[in-house]
Design a protein around this ligand. Sequence first.
Ligand SMILES: *Cc1c(COP(=O)(O)O)cnc(C)c1O
Length: 219
Amino acid sequence: MSIANNIKKIKSELLETATLVAVSKTKPNEDILEAYNAGQRIFGENKVQELAQKHEDLPKDIEWHLIGHLQTNKVKFIAPFVSLIHAVDSLKLLKEINKQALKNNRVINCLLQVKIAKEDSKFGLNQTDAKALINSEELPQLKGIKIIGLMGMSTNTPDENQVQAEFDTLHQFYKKFSILNSQFSILSMGMSGDYKIALKQGSNMIRVGSTIFGKRNFN
Ligand SMILES: *Cc1c(COP(=O)(O)O)cnc(C)c1O
């Protein structure tokens, strides 16, 4: 199937409330343009340098999401244009995003990455720390950032019950905040292998790469 057909097929499976982020990491500009010409406008990358280069090269109405881990010293390279940062996992990082956003006269939307997988993943907050960050007194003073939801990744396992349980855990956690806070509106979970399960568990933003663009050789 072509990239355009893959996008059409995934969009037909999405609920009206869910958004597709086409994950284009490692893929060439031609592939992104093919998706763009099929109507896709939201693309996700996991490396700052690649994201900045593609933003420079490609149409300016693309909304670029950073989906991977972000180091504080690299925030400045994406602050002028990034539309959503998915994997924020510390107050220190939020403060740097805030600083760079204000320099660019912007408010940058962010998601907190919450650990739900059983496997040891390096990144993401546990629920206690995520809650503390959301309720932190310093947060309202950061006028250059807005936390609009949560992001999570399930364990890479063929056990669908486990994946479902992990997504459900994050959905329940997300609901506690979205009820109290109207700017909390995004639950980013689900990739090529598990987005159908994620949608059933309340995801409203899926990040799909290989099912659209084909296998990657690395990353
Ligand atoms: C690579 C990546 C994806 C997309 O993965 P696929 O399995 O190719 O759909 C989604 N989210 C994150 C954080 C990623 O790094």
